[in-house]
Write a protein that binds this ligand. Structure first.
Ligand code: SF4
Length: 399
């Protein structure tokens, strides 16, 4: 878990290292970071699930380095590892493809797949100390990847400065999340945060969307007041004028909507996350599918966290209850969490995703793209709850 002083992983540039087993990916990460981030061994396939390491690199800023399993892995377990590597590809902003043989067939295939995912690609020829004719290899790599390769010896820590420079140049201009409250609040605005601190709230801390929202508002110079949802009335009474904006948890939307002054605009943390990470217009469009659900429909609920279910869990309890009340008790609802996301999305009539504060923007957008490609409407918790509470129309004018 990130402290308030650290940039959350989801807001960091994601740099992933791809290559065959034993191409020196882990050694390269260790040479780049200057310490043993990844376990290295001459035995092929030492890295199993991708290893994520948050760090700061001069000229790049906060980033996550992802060490992936070899894309030439074999056997039943190997297939699972390749699936995890493919999943890491979905969140990658910059892909470093490590080449360590003279045959670039697999590397070229992965390069193509990564290009389709709109990743910036840096080819790296590793183990330069072992090759004669490195210039010829570099020429071949440049033709295949359409980018000049960086030649390094990760073991001897040679070529690291050139690689860092290539990384700095490869940063996609649009990789960063837009500011959470852009267009909603400005300097001097009064903002009331109504945050339920119930059984679902983690003990002793606020959840990431709340922390990030407070930071975004303070950076803008807003006057921020926080109350628990059950103290909304007392909180409102402490204002001389109604607050310009109220931000609450989607679960208490109807309650806050009923009590808020008409002058105050209302939104939720989940909707802020949808604006920030996904595509709010796709989510708004997707929410319309709720009206078309029947008891023969099938809905997928996807959550980025893998926490243990709680008794009044929003994804497992609250949203299913409201959906079945509207569509019929026969409505089928599948739940997935973490990296699990079904291949066959076309079987669903609607996908409802959590706010995905743990995922980077690239990952959320890739899920949206998959849903759109399968022709399945997708929305998120906040938008779905606003729709199910009958207030989506009213709040969508401030989205
Ligand atoms: S369930 Fe989703 S929105 Fe909620 S804390 Fe986890 S990642 Fe964030």
């Amino acid at each position: 878990m990130n402290s308030l002083n650290e940039t959350p992983r989801a807001n960091r540039l994601h740099i992933a290292i791809f290559g065959r087993r034993n191409s020196g990916k882990s050694t390269l990460i260790n040479a780049l970071t200057g310490h043993e981030t990844s376990v290295t061994s001459p035995v092929a396939g030492t890295t199993t699930d991708p290893v994520y390491k948050s760090m700061e690199i001069s000229g790049i800023g906060p980033c996550v380095l992802i060490d992936t399993a070899g894309f030439d892995d074999e056997g039943e377990l190997g297939t699972l590892r390749i699936a995890r590597t493919q999943d890491a590809m979905e969140k990658t902003d910059i892909a470093v493809i490590v080449c360590s043989t003279e045959d670039f067939t697999l590397e070229a295939q992965w390069g193509e797949a990564l290009r389709k995912k709109k990743c910036s690609i840096i080819p790296v020829i590793n183990k330069t100390d072992l090759y004669n004719g490195i210039d010829l290899l570099a020429e071949k790599a440049e033709k295949i990847f359409n980018a000049k390769p960086v030649c390094v010896s990760a073991l001897k820590k040679e070529g690291m400065e050139a690689l860092l420079e290539a990384l700095r140049r490869a940063i996609p201009p649009d990789w960063e999340n837009p500011d959470l409250t852009d267009g909603l609040a400005k300097k001097g605005d009064s903002v009331l945060l109504a945050m339920p601190q119930d059984i679902q709230a983690p003990k002793g801390r606020l959840i990431l969307p709340q922390v990030q929202t407070i930071r975004s508002l303070l950076d803008k110079g807003c006057i921020v007041t926080s109350v628990t949802a059950d103290q909304l009335e007392e909180g409102l009474a402490s204002f001389k004028e109604p607050p310009d904006l109220i931000i609450t948890d989607s679960q208490v939307f109807p309650l806050v909507w009923a009590k808020k002054p008409s002058e105050s605009r209302l939104t939720s943390f989940s909707i802020l996350m949808a604006r920030n990470k996904g595509d709010i217009h796709t989510f708004l469009e997707g929410a319309k599918a709720i009206d078309r659900l029947t008891e023969h429909s099938k809905v997928l609920v996807a959550e980025a966290c893998t926490h243990a279910p709680l008794s009044e869990d929003i994804g497992r309890e609250k949203i299913p209850r409201l959906l079945r009340k509207k569509a019929g008790q026969g409505l089928q609802i599948d739940m997935v969490s973490g990296p699990d996301f079904p291949e066959n999305l076309a079987q669903y009539d609607l996908i409802i995703h959590c706010g995905a504060c743990m995922f980077n923007r690239k990952y959320v957008l890739s899920r949206l793209e998959k849903a759109v490609a399968a022709g399945v409407p997708i929305t998120n918790y906040g938008v779905a709850l606003a729709k199910l509470s009958g207030i989506l129309e009213q709040i969508s004018n401030i989205i």
